[in-house]
Design a protein around this ligand. Structure first.
Ligand SMILES: [Mn+2]
Length: 303
């Protein structure tokens, strides 16, 4: 049985990553390769870049772990966005260089100047990151495990779940593959029924909600499955049809992306977020998985 440490979103905070790897027991051998004396491997859930001031050293560590065959680094939405930002199209870029998009990417661009050799090499490395990971009893993905969406993108993935060049051409069409990539790496979002809108804390009207796919609910309604919607918003108790199902399979699933706060704990017996907001004064955590089919709070590890 394989044993893994699933590590949350690092976002350019290399010093936290170094401390965590040490705490987890990873060491380097005489050929400067990472290994774990008890045979654990790392699975990174993605989002290595943007926000922190140690982008390069984060990438170097993660790369080193992968090259040491001591772990797997998945693609997060930030690496996916970076690839799209770097990909020219007839209209400009696959991810447009708007003020907002550039601002979100600035910490990375500061250390990897746009178009430089170093920049291009980083983008090429991002393209080698698998979209999801599966082994006996365990699944890992950056934002949302949705079998339907994985099936949609599968023809555009290589055997090791890395993207083929044709995937980006599909994404450019903004069709089903584009939507599935958004779901898998950024999460599930729904438009509210009957033209309903709610106001956020800045008074801005919104007509969508993020969907909580990793919680157990009796009835899949807008009200029961809303994610990061303020408490004062009264969503309809109407069933959501045809969307992503709340996760209800026997394999455990790990993910990052959701900026959790508070004491790390699984969301359900089968689902656990490992992103505890290191880039927002939180902590970098790992879950130590040794094959259990019921996740436990005690298995979260953090310095
Ligand atoms: Mn993310």
């Amino acid at each position: 049985m394989s044993k893994y440490h699933i590590i949350g979103d690092v976002h350019g905070y290399a010093s936290f990553l170094k401390k965590l790897l040490k705490k987890l027991g990873y060491e380097k051998n005489e050929s400067d390769k990472y290994y774990h004396p008890k045979g654990f491997k790392v699975i990174f859930v993605g989002d290595y870049i943007d926000r922190g001031k140690e982008e390069e050293s984060t990438i170097e560590i993660v790369k080193k772990v992968v090259e040491s065959e001591c772990g797997i680094a998945l693609m997060g939405n930030h690496e996916y966005n970076a690839i799209c930002y770097a990909t020219p199209t007839a209209q400009g870029y696959l991810r447009q260089h708007t003020e907002k998009n550039t601002y979100q990417h600035q910490a990375f661009l500061d250390e990897y100047p746009f178009g430089s050799k170093k920049y291009k090499e980083a983008i090429e490395w991002f393209k080698t990151l698998p979209i999801y990971f599966e082994d006996k009893g365990i699944r890992v993905i950056h934002a949302a495990w949705s079998t339907k969406d994985i099936e949609k993108v599968q023809p555009f993935l290589n055997e090791n779940n890395t993207i083929k060049d044709t995937l980006l051409l599909e994404v450019e069409k903004e069709g089903e593959v584009y939507k599935s990539m958004e779901t898998l790496l950024k999460g599930v979002e729904y438009e509210l029924p009957n033209g309903m809108v709610w106001k956020d804390k800045d008074g801005i009207k919104r007509n969508t909600m993020r969907f909580n796919w990793f919680k157990k609910v009796d009835k899949v309604t807008y009200k029961n499955c809303a994610l990061s919607i303020p408490k004062y918003v009264d969503l309809p108790d109407v069933e959501i049809c045809g969307g992503v199902e709340p996760y209800n399979e026997k394999e455990v699933v790990f993910f990052g992306h959701y900026w959790m706060t508070g004491e790390p704990a699984p969301q359900t017996e089968k689902t656990a977020c490992v992103d505890y907001s290191v880039a927002k004064k939180g902590i970098l955590v790992a879950y130590e998985w040794s094959g259990e089919s019921i996740l436990k709070k005690e298995n979260f590890i953090f310095p």
